[in-house]
Design a protein around this ligand. Structure first.
Ligand SMILES: Cc1cc2nc3c(=O)[nH]c(=O)nc-3n(C[C@H](O)[C@H](O)[C@H](O)COP(=O)(O)OP(=O)(O)OC[C@H]3O[C@@H](n4cnc5c(N)ncnc54)[C@H](O)[C@@H]3O)c2cc1C
Length: 475
């Protein structure tokens, strides 16, 4: 009897280890691994510039792991999958689930279309510790607040699936290679702007495993305290690897548990709870499909956002005249990453001090972040704006000067990204506008020439934001 052939459809699970769909496909016989560059995505959800760069390298890494057997396509996944099942007389298609609302809709349609054609679509959980529909509050409704979601929902549920060993053997169906190559997807930028990003990262399954191993050896031991200091390598930097599924959260969770056991440890608990925030963000977009684009708190539909392309541009380019904000925006531009503490500071500055809609910030992050992720990005922005589930209260306006003085006390972070300020004494580094003329002159800084004057007065803009918030309170 001929060995059955199935399709394994890779999406945001670009790995061979702990890949439930790949394991299931291999258990069923021979496989054809495919990647489909989906052209049916909503326009504003096409991969951003930096994620395209990452995807190019990650697909190459996966192709190497599959000994060059990855078949690449571009178009409508439903049409492509159906035509492949017809062409090669395939009954079963395997994939791991994605939770973005448009992916959920698309995947349901594909399952139905396969069924109508007498085939089967099998989907698995390959990227979350707990499925969004398995975690509910006492009345069976989705959670809206993080702490009960994580403590009473997730941690009180059965533990996450233990990572699977990679398939003992992968047997590939002997078919002609697809016409497209990874290069044909044209994911790399035409102009060479990605050198800084290339220096900062190693996309792919091996890069992800190295990152995790380094983190477990070192930074995890100081995670709770060091994670807030942007000049310190105090976090895992696993976010893009997790986004692309080069490593599963289950691998991370159990690697930590195996290394440190279940004993009480504040560093481990805090780190695992950050994975919990990732779960929460996916829980939100699954249960509230509008969440990525619409205010979760509808009062914010009345918020008097300002439109100012000049201010938005200054923020994007790291030219606001507020050093820690500019440092963050430049780090983002050069490395495709920004430290979490700084994401909160630049986010608060945009939506509160500049009164610019959080969706503008979300869109810029989407284009520039290597870890751009619909769930985490929209949850982060709605949290900062105060419009989200369990959000920071709107009246909590981060003061970028105090934040800088607290979390970048010696100024290493600001000096690294705003070198024009590097000679300023620490006392003025986070507020150069307060420095006297002599200090500025001896530090080689003329405000307005070498470094911008602040775009807004922090105190006045804070009051303006609070007044705007007061206006929508009663809505
Ligand atoms: C405005 C804003 C936008 C953000 N956009 C994104 C985004 O597009 N993609 C993204 O992955 N994260 C986003 N975050 C969350 C967070 O900043 C990053 O996940 C984190 O900085 C990644 O660095 P790390 O891997 O070293 O994190 P670590 O501190 O090592 O955390 C480990 C993992 O936990 C998850 N995680 C940590 N913090 C959060 C969080 N607050 N929310 C959800 N998951 C979290 C990430 O997967 C991360 O890799 C955003 C935060 C804010 C405030």
């Amino acid at each position: 009897m001929a060995v059955p052939v199935s399709l394994v459809w890779f999406r945001q699970d670009l790995r061979v280890k702990d890949n439930p769909a790949l394991n299931a496909g291999c258990d069923n016989g021979k496989i054809i691994p495919v990647y489909i560059h989906d052209t049916t995505l909503p326009k504003d959800r096409l991969p951003g510039s930096v994620t395209k760069w990452w995807l190019h390298h990650s697909l190459n890494s996966l192709n190497d792991r599959l000994n060059g057997h990855l078949h690449v396509f571009k178009g409508n996944p439903k049409d492509i999958l159906l035509s492949l099942t017809e062409k090669y007389d395939i009954e079963d298609v395997y994939w791991n689930r994605c939770y973005e609302p448009w992916h959920v809709t698309r995947d349901k349609q594909i399952k139905q279309a396969l069924k109508a054609a007498g085939k089967k679509g099998h989907s698995f959980n390959g990227s979350l510790l707990w499925e969004p529909w398995d975690v509910a509050n006492q009345s069976g409704a989705p959670y809206k607040v993080f702490t009960p979601f994580y403590r009473k929902g997730c941690l009180a549920s059965p533990p996450p699936r233990y990572p699977k060993a990679p398939p003992a053997r992968i047997t590939y169906a002997d078919i002609a290679k697809a016409e497209l190559t990874i290069d044909d997807l044209l994911l790399l930028p035409k102009i060479k702007w990605a050198e800084g990003i290339a220096k900062s990262w190693q996309p792919g399954e091996e890069g992800a495993a190295n990152r995790l191993a380094d983190f477990i050896d070192d930074a995890i031991h100081h995670y709770k305290t060091a994670r807030d200091f942007p000049a310190v390598a105090g976090t895992s930097k696993l976010s893009p690897h997790l986004h692309f599924g080069e490593i599963s959260p289950n691998q991370v969770w159990y690697a930590i548990k195996t290394a440190y056991g279940d004993s009480e440890n504040k560093d481990i608990d805090t780190f695992l709870s950050e994975l919990g925030w990732r779960e929460f963000a996916h829980h939100l977009i699954y249960h509230y499909p509008d969440f990525p684009d619409k205010n979760f708190n509808k009062k914010f539909d009345y918020f008097p956002w300002r439109k100012s392309s000049t201010d938005l541009k200054a923020w994007q380019q790291g030219k606001t005249g507020i050093p820690i904000v500019d440092a963050g925006m430049r780090e983002l531009w050069h490395t495709g990453y920004m430290h979490n503490r700084v994401r909160m500071i630049v986010g608060s500055f945009l939506v509160k001090n500049l009164l610019i809609d959080w969706r503008e910030g979300e869109a810029w992050f989407w284009d520039c972040l290597a870890d751009a992720d619909v769930a985490n990005n929209s949850a982060g922005w709605q949290w900062i704006a105060g419009s989200g589930a369990d959000a920071a209260p709107y009246f909590r306006v981060f003061n970028p000067v105090l934040q800088g003085e607290k979390f970048d006390k010696q100024g290493e972070y600001v000096r690294a990204w705003c070198p024009e300020l590097k000679k300023l004494p620490n006392k003025y580094l986070h507020k150069p506008w307060d420095a006297d003329d002599l200090t500025l002159r001896t530090s080689g800084v003329l405000l307005g020439r070498d470094y911008p004057n602040p775009l807004v007065n922090l105190k006045i803009s804070r009051e303006r934001a609070l007044a705007a918030f007061n206006d929508i309170k009663g809505k």
